[in-house]
Design a binder for this molecule. Structure first.
Ligand SMILES: Cc1cc2nc3c(=O)[nH]c(=O)nc-3n(C[C@H](O)[C@H](O)[C@H](O)COP(=O)(O)OP(=O)(O)OC[C@H]3O[C@@H](n4cnc5c(N)ncnc54)[C@H](O)[C@@H]3O)c2cc1C
Length: 379
């Protein structure tokens, strides 16, 4: 299988890279230090179709194929993981609306997300239930032609900036994973409250919050898909979500490698460039090999997601996420080592890449959960 990008995919990569170098890179450190959400850059990125690139053309999106969207994510994170996350996650949760939502949901919300006007958030995790999605306790109880939602959602990307949320709830609490339903909830609904989480290790330009749902009422039309089918609907998107996280990790690792290469070519010790020491050359060789291996897995996962082969998509997405995230942290660590003391302070971006890379091992299923999935598929 040859991974030769089409002319269009190469053009997309070039366009995102130019945007990243000209608009994102110069302000990346400031956004990290000030934990500043990049609202102005989101707007510009939306004009270029880099926000939610997979939203179909009829709803104002770019209708990109999975590999093209993977490349957009990779390049946004290569420019800066924090700002890349803020831009790339604007449509988080909108996949559910795209595949299972009613037409009115798509017309009302996909158009606003694609234009950059609104962000979406995906409320799955709870304080007591992260890896074990089937255990969620947020309750949606029917009351006439409405549902009343009560519960807490934890670690919600875009929690304080989203206009709409896709909230996973229990509608049949005794049925485990067979009792979960997704609801579309406008975030200005009475009883929808958020508490910003701003003490993060990395991706500090990205928004994160706890969401409290206290008697939130939504009409029955706001069920996304089918009642009690939410778990299965959610499983549909884990392969694409994990492929996207693998792309985030590849972008971060590539940025760390780029920085290490530049520094190795500048810094001199013992009368020569440090890049001329074989010890440093070997580090760079290993870093580059791992970045390429991770990229190959991520692109292969993207091609399986596109093909609709669910079993292969699940397996390759987990492998790609596991490999790319673990190696992104290692590559960023080695990039710090190449910088010596200079890598330990914020004058150079590599300490930021190290902090930013760390999240890719945790969300959309931890590395341990990916290993469980991969092992199950081998049986
Ligand atoms: C920055 C950030 C953004 C996030 N964004 C979102 C979001 O937008 N929406 C959302 O719903 N969630 C989001 N999350 C939550 C994220 O998906 C969870 O943190 C993740 O799934 C892990 O859940 P947990 O934190 O509860 O850890 P736990 O599930 O408590 O896991 C703790 C440890 O136990 C291990 N473990 C658990 N179960 C097993 C098992 N069966 N086998 C082996 N090891 C196991 C885990 O691997 C981990 O090492 C985000 C998290 C962060 C930090």
């Amino acid at each position: 299988m040859a991974f030769r990008l089409s002319d269009e995919q190469r053009a997309i990569r070039e366009a995102v890279r130019t945007f990243g170098e000209e608009e994102i890179r110069p302000v990346a450190r400031e956004h990290d230090e000030q934990k500043k959400y990049p609202a102005d850059l989101v707007k510009k990125a939306a004009e270029l179709d880099f926000v939610a690139p997979s939203i179909p053309v009829e709803y104002g999106g770019a209708g990109m194929d999975v590999l093209s969207a993977t490349i957009v994510t990779e390049e946004l994170w290569r420019a800066d993981p924090g700002i890349g996350s803020a831009i790339g996650s604007r449509g988080f949760g909108s996949n559910m609306i795209r595949k299972y939502g009613d037409e009115w949901m798509k017309e009302e919300w996909l158009t606003r997300i694609a234009s950059g006007e609104s962000a979406c958030c995906s409320c799955i995790s709870e304080p007591a239930h992260g890896s074990n999605v089937a255990g969620i306790e947020t309750r949606a109880e029917r009351d006439g032609d409405e549902y009343v939602i009560d519960g807490n959602k934890m670690w919600i990307t875009n929690g304080t900036v989203a206009d709409v949320a896709v909230v996973m709830t229990k509608t049949s609490p005794d049925e485990g994973h067979r009792g979960i339903t997704a609801f579309l909830v406008p975030t200005d609904a009475d009883g929808f409250e958020t508490e910003k989480i701003d003490n993060k290790l990395g991706i500090r330009a990205s928004d994160l919050a706890e969401v409290i749902l206290d008697g939130v009422r939504v009409p029955e039309e706001n069920v996304v898909g089918e009642v009690d089918e939410g778990f299965y609907q959610l499983m549909d998107f884990f392969a694409s979500g994990r492929t996207s996280v693998a792309a985030q990790a590849v972008g971060t690792a590539q940025a760390a490698l780029d920085a290490a290469l530049d520094y190795a070519d500048e810094r001199e010790q013992f009368g020569q460039k440090i890049g001329e020491f074989q010890a440093i050359q070997h580090k760079l060789a290993e870093m580059a090999t791992n970045v390429e291996a991770a990229r190959s897995l991520a692109y292969r996962a993207a091609s399986y997601v596109e093909s609709g082969d669910d079993q292969m998509a699940t397996q390759f997405a987990s492998m790609a996420k596991l490999f790319a995230s673990e190696h992104a942290v290692d590559v960023a660590d080695e990039a710090i080592q190449v910088h010596g003391g200079a890598g330990f302070v914020t004058d150079h971006p590599v300490e930021r890449y190290y902090r930013d890379a760390r999240i890719t091992k945790i969300y959309e299923g931890t590395s341990e959960i990916q290993k469980n999935i991969i092992a199950d598929n081998l049986q």
